[in-house]
Design a protein around this ligand. Structure first.
Ligand SMILES: Cc1cc2nc3c(=O)[nH]c(=O)nc-3n(C[C@H](O)[C@H](O)[C@H](O)COP(=O)(O)OP(=O)(O)OC[C@H]3O[C@@H](n4cnc5c(N)ncnc54)[C@H](O)[C@@H]3O)c2cc1C
Ligand code: FES
Length: 512
């Protein structure tokens, strides 16, 4: 059986830090040690600021640890959409900012000597069977309008994959995200930054000196607060009505080294497939020699979080799709899933938190491009906090409204409203006896619903199934053994402990 962990977390271990032991003061407090929070913290520390980072878990163990780490300035939602929603000038800024993010990652890796397997590669967008050539022509025109370095080819000049007609985006990148995160952590602490794990932020008290309150009863007092928790825990509605959580799946199969050209590959499907190669060695995968090989990393099969639990079929479809196109693929070594936050207009929300004090900032809405959006967040937020003008500020402003996105806004919010109907439905099982070991299901008990998990020894653990953010009923995710909220993407582990916001409290206890 493949391992159900990401390659990154199995081949570069997250650093350990202790929890915040006492109340502290700083110039800036960053909540969340994923790529967005750490890049921001690192750049602020390099500006000479006193920075404290707190994270519920260990650095990089949120969505950064389960990414696929394509570094691209071809926007996931397509440049056709970005031009339609943000205009030609906005599309140029989007292209420029993602290009700058790739350059910045490369520069930081060089400056700080971070051996993170960074490679410059081309990105190829090829046709899904349901699309005709005009799809590529339209995207080519929009991408050129945005200033992308792109050309149309009859087929990608690569080994091991027959792409058919495609667009080539030059100067894209890829890296090992956990090696990069570990390097950022080291560089940040070398620059005087302080990092605390196992420290959950529960509240922010605004003021010129804002106070970040933690679940452990400590306070970080800081002139600026950056909430980089992937989905902000400090916001009830303003942001969460403008973005939606989608679960996406990944498999990684062995291939002989260099059998397939290292590049980024994406098709035009919706949801689309995304593919890259990661160099590895046999002993890293438990083998008895260090022979070089590549892992072919293939992602796709996205669905709205908490609204499907057919992960076996999804992994099988992904594998069939891979084998039909990449004959060099051997056995699947890893499979995992994670969550992306899709905004209504295809770009992240980075800047001052809407309807909040001016010194509270957020970075969220990765739109499946959180490696580059997270790096843009670092550049943009360190500029805003440092009082420097940044040309991307308006494009990424979390308060923005793009009229062209009204249809998406309505669709996603009607979908959220519909989720509350599950308060009234029956449970998935009538009794805990129907729950197999190592799985979970929703039960009805009187007027409420219970999230019940049976562990491998047969013991049943019950929690309220009501999400502590805004009260939707959570659903069991068998791929990751989590309880996922179908409304705004909160995730809780099998015992009900919150692992992903916007919720900041665990699922409620129920009486035995
Ligand atoms: C399968 C998959 C493939 C992807 N592929 C790509 C790709 O190829 N290219 C790309 O650019 N992007 C990709 N993405 C998106 C990208 O991985 C994410 O957008 C990015 O990692 C998010 O980084 P982040 O720092 O915003 O959040 P995270 O990495 O999730 O970090 C947030 C941190 O906040 C902490 N936290 C949460 N709540 C609290 C709290 N209340 N108190 C304290 N700490 C808290 C968490 O513990 C976590 O460590 C992919 C995502 C997935 C799931
Ligand atoms: S995440 Fe908003 S109700 Fe659950």
């Amino acid at each position: 059986m493949p391992r159900t962990n990401s390659i990154w977390l199995e081949t570069a271990y997250p650093e350990r830090f202790g929890p915040l032991p006492e109340d502290v003061r700083a110039d800036a407090c960053v909540v969340g040690a994923g790529i967005a929070g750490l890049t921001t913290a690192y750049l602020l520390a390099r500006d000479g600021r006193r920075v404290v980072v707190i994270d519920d878990g260990r650095p990089g163990c949120g969505q950064t640890g389960v990414t696929t780490a394509h570094l691209s300035n071809e926007i996931d939602d397509s440049y056709q959409e970005i031009v339609r929603l943000h205009g030609e000038y906005g599309a140029r800024l989007a292209c420029e900012s993602h290009r700058a993010a790739i350059d910045r990652i490369e520069a930081i890796a060089q400056l700080e000597n971070i051996a993170c397997d960074f490679e410059r590669v081309s990105g190829y967008l090829f046709l899904a069977p349901e699309h005709g050539a005009t799809e590529l022509d339209n995207e080519l025109e929009a991408a050129r309008t945005a200033g992308a370095d792109v050309e149309r080819l009859e087929r990608a000049p690569v080994r091991g994959f027959d792409s058919g007609p495609c667009l080539r985006f030059r100067n894209q990148g890829q890296f090992h995200p956990m090696k990069y995160v570990n390097g950022l952590v080291e560089a940040f602490t070398r620059a005087g930054g302080r990092l605390y794990s196992g420290t959950r932020a529960t509240d922010i008290v605004p003021g010129p000196e804002a106070q970040v309150k933690t679940a452990g009863g400590r306070t970080v007092t800081a002139g600026a607060v950056v909430v980089a928790t992937n989905s902000p825990f400090n916001d009830l509605f303003a942001i969460h009505t403008k973005q939606a959580p989608y679960t996406t799946y990944v498999i990684a199969a062995r291939v002989p080294a260099n059998a397939i050209t290292h590049a980024l590959y994406w098709d035009t499907s919706d949801p689309y497939h995304y593919v890259r190669l990661q160099p590895a060695s046999n002993d890293q995968l438990g083998g008895d020699n260090a022979a070089a090989l590549d892992l072919l990393v293939v992602g796709g099969e996205d669905h709205k979080s908490g609204q499907a639990d057919d992960m076996e079929e999804r992994f099988e479809r992904l594998e069939r799709w891979m084998r039909d196109r990449f004959p060099a693929a051997r056995e699947v070594e890893f499979r995992w899933s994670g969550q992306v936050m899709e905004t209504q207009d295809g770009l992240a929300f980075i800047g001052r938190n809407p309807m909040d004090a001016p010194n509270i900032y957020v970075a969220t809405g990765d739109s499946g491009m959180g490696m580059t959006h997270g790096t843009i967040a670092g550049i943009l937020l360190s500029d805003l906090i440092g009082g420097r003008r940044n040309p991307w500020a308006e494009l990424y402003d979390p308060s923005r409204i793009r009229t062209g996105a009204a249809g998406e806004f309505l669709k996603e919010n009607l979908n959220v409203a519909a989720q509350y109907a599950s308060w009234l439905t029956a449970g998935e099982v009538a009794s805990v006896d129907e729950i197999a070991p190592n799985s979970g299901a929703i039960l009805r008990e009187g007027l409420t619903k219970i999230a019940a998990f049976r562990d491998e020894r047969g013991q049943v653990h019950k929690r309220s199934a009501v999400c502590t953010h805004l009260g939707c009923i959570v659903a069991w995710n068998s791929a990751m053994s989590t309880w996922d909220c179908p409304c705004h993407g909160s995730r809780f582990d099998k015992f009900g402990v919150v692992v992903n916001g916007p919720a900041s409290a665990d699922l409620g206890k129920v009486k035995a």
